[in-house]
Design a protein around this ligand. Structure first.
Ligand SMILES: Nc1ncnc2c1ncn2[C@@H]1O[C@H](COP(=O)(O)OP(=O)(O)OP(=O)(O)O)[C@@H](O)[C@H]1O
Length: 578
C-alpha cells in the first residue's frame, strides 16, 4: 500500500533524501550545544574565565547558525517533497480514473472520489512531510543524546532508560485505541461530500420541493457525525500531551534528585548536570515527535488505503492485443447475450438477447422502466462487457476492436447527458475537435438546434454554464445529439434523447436522420411510441428479455405489451399524427 503511493514520488525522491540528510546534519551539530554549555558553566563561569566563555560562546553561536541553516534547508526540502508527492498522486489518480470503464465507476461514488482527491491526499501530504522531517532526526537525536548523557553520567542515564519504555508503551496504547475512529471518520466525509454534491447539483429540485430545511438537517447530521467521531478521537489523542508532561516532570524530578546529590557529593559538576538535563529534554521531545508522527500515520493510514485503492484499480475493459482499427459498416448482431451488472447476482439484467441489425437501418427500442433498454445499448460501444454471448459490429466481435475506434464510430447520446462549461461550439467539438463552423452548423441543423442557437446573442459562441444549466432540457438534448452527429458515426444510438423535445421537433430530427445520414445505423430508445413508430423495426423489451421484434404494424397486431403502450399513449393523447 505504502509502496504503491511511493511510486508517485518520482522526481521528488531527491528532495526527500535531502530532507533526511539535512535533518541528520542538524542533529549532529545540535548535539554539541549542551556539551559546550557545560564547559562554559564549569570552566568559564565557575572559574571566572571570561576569555574561555567568549571562545566557547562564539563556537556555540557558529554551531547554532549551522543547526538553523540545516533546519531551514530540511524544512524547505520536506515541503517540496510533500507538496510534490501530493501533486503527483492527484495527477496519477485522475489519470487512472480516466481509464475507468463504467463498472469501475459504479464502484465509487463521485463524492468518495472527490474526498480521496482532496482531504485524503492533504492528510497524506502532511503525514509525509512530518515523517520525512522526523524519521531520521528523532532516532538520531535519541541515540546521540543518550550517548552524550551516558558519557556525562552513566548512572544517571539509567533514569532515562526506565522512563522511555513506559512512555512508549502508553503512547502505543493510545494510538491503538484511536485508529478505528479515524477509519470511520473518512467514510463519514464521503457521506458529507455526497450530501453537498447532491444538494448543489439538484438545488433547483430542492427549492421546487421546498426541501431546504430537510436538506439543512441532513447536512447537520452528516457534519455532526464527523464532529462526534473527531471529538472522540481527539479526546484520546489529547491524552498524549499529559502523558508526555508526566514523563518529562517525573524524569526531571528524578534527575534533579539524584543529580543534586552527585553535585553535592562532588561526583558531577553543575555544568554536567545542566547538559544532562538538556540531553534528557532532547530525548523526551524526540519521543514526543515520534508519538505525534504515529498519530499522523494513524490518521493518514485510512487515507493511504483509500488513495491506494483508486490508484491500483484496474480498468475492467482493455484493448485486445492486435485491435481492429476500422469499422466497415453499421451491421450489429447480438448472439445469446446475457448481462449482469453484478456477476454474483442470481438474476441477469439481460438474457437470451438475439437479433441482427443491417447497416443503415433505424431500430426503435421500447419497454417499461428498468426493462433493460439502456443496459442493452451500452453493450454495443463496450461501455460494459457482456457476461455471456457475443456482440458483433460490422461482422467482428466488439472485443476485437480498438476501444477508441469503436467509441468513435459508435456515437451514443446517453440518457443522463452532460454539457460542459464553455461555448456551444466548444461543446459540439467534443464530437470532432477539427470541425469547421459550417460542419458544426450542419449537424446542429440536423439535430434541430441551429434555429434556437442562432437566437442567442452570441449564437455558437454563447457560453454554457456548468452542466448546460442556462439552456432548456430540450435544447440540451438537441445539442448533445448534434455533438454525437459531428463524429460522423457508423452507428448512432439515442437513449431516450428526445424525451424533452416536443413531438413535432422530434419528428423533424428523425426525418433529417433518414434523409441526411441514410447509411448510419440508428438505434432510438424511447418511451413515446411516436418517436419510434416509423422505425424499420422495433424491439420490445420486458424484464431484460426480448418480448417482440417487428414493425409498428406487426407489433400492434401481435405484441400485447406494445399494443398496451400504444393504447395508453393514444388515450393519453401523446400520439401526434405527422
Ligand atoms: N449501473 C448499474 N448498476 C447496477 N444495476 C443497474 C445499473 N444500471 C441499471 N441497473 C439495473 O438494471 C436494470 C435495467 O436497467 P436499465 O437502465 O437498462 O433500464 P431501462 O429500460 O433503460 O430503464 P429506463 O427506461 O428507466 O431508463 C434495472 O433493474 C436497473 O436497476
Amino acid at each position: 500500500m505504502y509502496k504503491t503511493l511511493m511510486k508517485s514520488l518520482r522526481q521528488y525522491k531527491k528532495p526527500s533524501y535531502l530532507t533526511m540528510l539535512f535533518m541528520a546534519l542538524e542533529v549532529a551539530v545540535e548535539i554539541f550545544i549542551p556539551f559546550l554549555m557545560a564547559k562554559i558553566i564549569d570552566k568559564g563561569l565557575i572559574d571566572g574565565d571570561l576569555g574561555y566563555v567568549l571562545k566557547i560562546g562564539s563556537l556555540m553561536f557558529v554551531i547554532a547558525c549551522f543547526s538553523m541553516l540545516f533546519g531551514v534547508l530540511g524544512g524547505k526540502f520536506s515541503s517540496d517533497a510533500a507538496v510534490g508527492l501530493s501533486t503527483n498522486l492527484r495527477q496519477d489518480i485522475y489519470e487512472n480514473i480516466q481509464t475507468f470503464a463504467f463498472d469501475n465507476i459504479d464502484k465509487y461514488s463521485s463524492s468518495s472520489l472527490i474526498t480521496r482527491l482532496t482531504t485524503d491526499i492533504t492528510n497524506i501530504q502532511m503525514a509525509f512531510q512530518m515523517v520525512l522531517k522526523t524519521i531520521i532526526r528523532a532516532p538520531f537525536m535519541i541515540a546521540f543524546a543518550f550517548a552524550m548523557a551516558a558519557y556525562t553520567n552513566l548512572k544517571l542515564s539509567l533514569t532515562i532508560l526506565i522512563i522511555v519504555p513506559i512512555v512508549a508503551f502508553i503512547l502505543i496504547g493510545l494510538i491503538y485505541r484511536v485508529h478505528p475512529y479515524f477509519i470511520k471518520v473518512f467514510k463519514k466525509y464521503d457521506r458529507l461530500n455526497q450530501t453537498v454534491q447532491e444538494d448543489i447539483n439538484g438545488v433547483r429540485v430542492v427549492k421546487s420541493f421546498v426541501r431546504e430545511e430537510k436538506e439543512i438537517e441532513k447536512f447537520k447530521v452528516a457534519s455532526t457525525d464527523i464532529k462526534n467521531l473527531f471529538t472522540k478521537a481527539e479526546k484520546i489523542t489529547a491524552l498524549n500531551a499529559p502523558v508526555m508532561q508526566i514523563a518529562i516532570y517525573s524524569c526531571l524530578l528524578l534527575v534533579y534528585w539524584f543529580g543534586a546529590k552527585y553535585v553535592v557529593g562532588g561526583t558531577m559538576s553543575t555544568g554536567e548536570l545542566t547538559s544532562f538535563i538538556t540531553y534528557m529534554m532532547q530525548i523526551l521531545s524526540s519521543i514526543m515527535m515520534i508519538s505525534m508522527i504515529f498519530v499522523m500515520i494513524v490518521i493518514s493510514e485510512a487515507s493511504v488505503e483509500r488513495v491506494a485503492e483508486v490508484l491500483t484499480e484496474k480498468a475492467s475493459l482493455s484493448n485486445p492485443e492486435n485491435p481492429l482499427t476500422t469499422i466497415e459498416n453499421g451491421d450489429i448482431e447480438f448472439r445469446n447475450v446475457q448481462f449482469k451488472y453484478n456477476e454474483l447476482s442470481e438474476e441477469a439484467d439481460l438474457s437470451q438477447i438475439n437479433f441482427t441489425i443491417k447497416s443503415g437501418e433505424t431500430i426503435g427500442i421500447i419497454g417499461g422502466t428498468g426493462s433493460g433498454k439502456s443496459s442493452l445499448i451500452q453493450l454495443i460501444p463496450r461501455l460494459y462487457d457482456v457476461t455471456e454471448g457475443e456482440v458483433y459490429v460490422s461482422g467482428h466481435n466488439v472485443k476485437d476492436y480498438d476501444l477508441v475506434t469503436l467509441r468513435d464510430q459508435i456515437a451514443m447520446v446517453l440518457q443522463k447527458n452532460t454539457l460542459f462549461s464553455g461555448t456551444i461550439s466548444d461543446n459540439l467539438r467534443w464530437g470532432d475537435k477539427e470541425a469547421s463552423k459550417e460542419e458544426i452548423q450542419r449537424v446542429a441543423k440536423l439535430a434541430q438546434a441551429d434555429e434556437f442557437v442562432q437566437g442567442f446573442p452570441d449564437d455558437y459562441e454563447t457560453v454554457l454554464d456548468q452542466g448546460g444549466s442556462n439552456v432548456s432540457g430540450g435544447q440540451k438534448q438537441r445539442l448533445t445529439i448534434a455533438r454525437a452527429l459531428l463524429k460522423q458515426p457508423k452507428i448512432l444510438i439515442l437513449d431516450d434523447s428526445t424525451s424533452a423535445v416536443d413531438t413535432k421537433t422530434d419528428a423533424y430530427i428523425r426525418k433529417a436522420f433518414i434523409e441526411e445520414i441514410p447509411n448510419t445505423t440508428k438505434i432510438i430508445v424511447a418511451q413515446r411510441i411516436s418517436s419510434i413508430q416509423d422505425s424499420d423495426r422495433i424491439i420490445v423489451l420486458e424484464e431484460g428479455k426480448i418480448d417482440g421484434i417487428g414493425t409498428h404494424d406487426e407489433l400492434l397486431k401481435n405484441n400485447k405489451i406494445y399494443k398496451e403502450v400504444y393504447d395508453s399513449q393514444v388515450k393519453g393523447g401523446t400520439i401526434v399524427e405527422e
